[in-house]
Ligand binder design. Structure first.
Ligand code: NAD
Ligand code: NA
Length: 396
């Protein structure tokens, strides 16, 4: 079929198999261009199909030559119905891994469930024996708790008071004021249940109890801090409470891995356009200004540049892992540089519908957004009939 973008607000309902494959191949080529990393050998990526998780999987495989197992929740493709981007990304990744002689298998299902954890453990046992790196990169709006059966929904709201600030509709470029009502107590608990560290710890507990963690195993989850501007709705809002919980959980897991001489880390990553971040009010305006400033300074990175740098210069640099005063890895260091933040804050004051395409990188934002779904890649003929039904070679 001929597949065109069908955008509804901050999501796109269609995705393009060839464009998604191009996106994956571009990331593979980038990692290869940076040279070999003396890194992990057997890697489990939870949330492996898009964003930071996909980039982590690509870096593990094509940077360090690792065998990878990916867990994700994606819509398969069917006749007349394109799959979700993560489906096509995974198909492309596993095809490329196969060509390179790299083991790559995956599991499509709810990572929060006991069933998917057990399925993953069985696969590790039968194929790899153990894993030495576990990346935890889930971003989800809800979680069914595996013990209580309660469905928790996460929200993106300020705590205690209403938050008003500028935002942009990145499709139209219209800058407007947005006001977000404060959350309830239950919203905080629910957001922590979805995006906090409980499920990460459940994964590591289950993997350890099954005896599939290698000596010296490392696990990493991803967090975000960001600027003062977004603090009320991000770091000091409901999602920030979940990130605090996730960061605390790293210490709990680190303690549990002591007997294996293993470690648990949180890496604080840069703000990027992903399916998850497009949904957060105010963030798209911040990102479009940030991109402009970072690109002008030659500091801009996408998910793959971030993850390649995380592996090569932080996790597997041949020495100690550099940490901040709260025990976190920081690859948001360039985003948080004083000069970058000062320039973004000044642009924020000026930003209007009329000037945003000049002072901000709205075009870059939109391009990244469409790229997430496999659209707007040069060299792909979007008028062409493509086969929308694509198999994931390593799907278990
Ligand atoms: P993403 O939406 O691109 O990826 C989410 C992944 O989780 C996908 O592979 C998806 O299939 C998987 N997933 C979601 N629900 C699942 C479920 N129930 N079972 C199995 N898999 C499921 O998101 P992302 O932006 O790469 O976010 C990953 C992590 O990075 C999050 O913790 C996020 O907070 C963090 N982070 C994001 C940014 C940013 O700007 N995007 C910045 C710093 C940190
Ligand atoms: Na991810």
């Amino acid at each position: 079929m001929i597949i065109v973008p069908k955008v509804r607000g901050f999501i796109c309902l269609t995705s393009h198999p060839e464009g998604c494959a191009q996106n994956v191949v571009n990331q593979i080529n980038y990692v290869k261009s940076k040279g070999a990393i003396d890194g992990p050998k057997k890697v489990l990526v939870i949330g492996a199909s898009t964003g930071f998780g996909l980039a982590s999987r690509i870096t593990s495989a094509f940077g360090a030559g690792a065998a990878t197992i990916g867990v994700y929740f994606e819509k398969p493709s069917a006749e007349g119905k394109p799959g979700s981007p993560g489906w096509y990304n995974t198909a492309a990744f596993e095809t490329e891994a196969g060509k390179a002689g790299l083991y790559a298998k995956s599991i499509n299902g709810d990572a929060f469930s006991n069933e998917i954890k057990q399925k993953t453990i069985d696969l590790i046992k039968s194929d790899l024996g153990e894993v030495d790196l576990i990346i935890y990169s889930l971003a989800s709006p809800r979680r069914t708790h595996p013990v209580t059966g309660v469905v928790h929904n996460s929200v993106l709201k300020p705590i205690g008071q209403k938050f008003s600030n500028k935002t942009v509709d990145f499709h139209t470029g219209v800058v407007s004021e947005v006001a977000i009502e404060p959350c309830t107590e239950a919203d905080i608990e629910n957001t922590i249940a979805v995006m906090g560290g409980e499920d990460w710890e459940m994964w590591i507990d289950a993997l350890k109890a099954a005896g599939v963690l290698a000596e010296g195993a490392t696990t990493v989850a991803y967090s975000y801090i960001g600027p003062l501007l977004t603090e009320p709705v991000y770091r000091k809002g409901t999602i920030g409470m979940a990130k605090n919980h996730l960061e605390q959980t790293a210490f709990t897991i680190d303690e549990k891995l002591k007997d294996l001489k293993g470690h648990a880390y949180v890496s604080v990553n840069k703000a990027l356009v992903t399916q998850a971040s497009s949904a957060i009010p105010v963030i798209p305006l911040y990102i479009s200004l940030l991109y402009k400033v970072m690109k002008a300074k030659g500091l801009h990175e996408g998910c793959i540049e971030q993850m390649q740098r995380l592996f090569a210069t932080r996790l597997y640099n041949g020495g100690a892992v550099p940490l901040d005063d709260k025990g976190r890895i920081r690859v948001d260091d360039w985003e948080m540089q004083e000069d970058v933040q000062a320039e973004v804050a000044a642009l924020w004051e000026q930003a209007t519908t009329e000037n945003l395409s000049a002072i901000g990188d709205l075009a870059g934002y939109r391009n990244d957004f469409f790229n997430l779904f496999g659209f707007e890649f040069p060299g792909i003929d979007y008028e062409k009939d493509v086969n929308e039904v694509v198999n994931v070679p390593g799907l278990v």
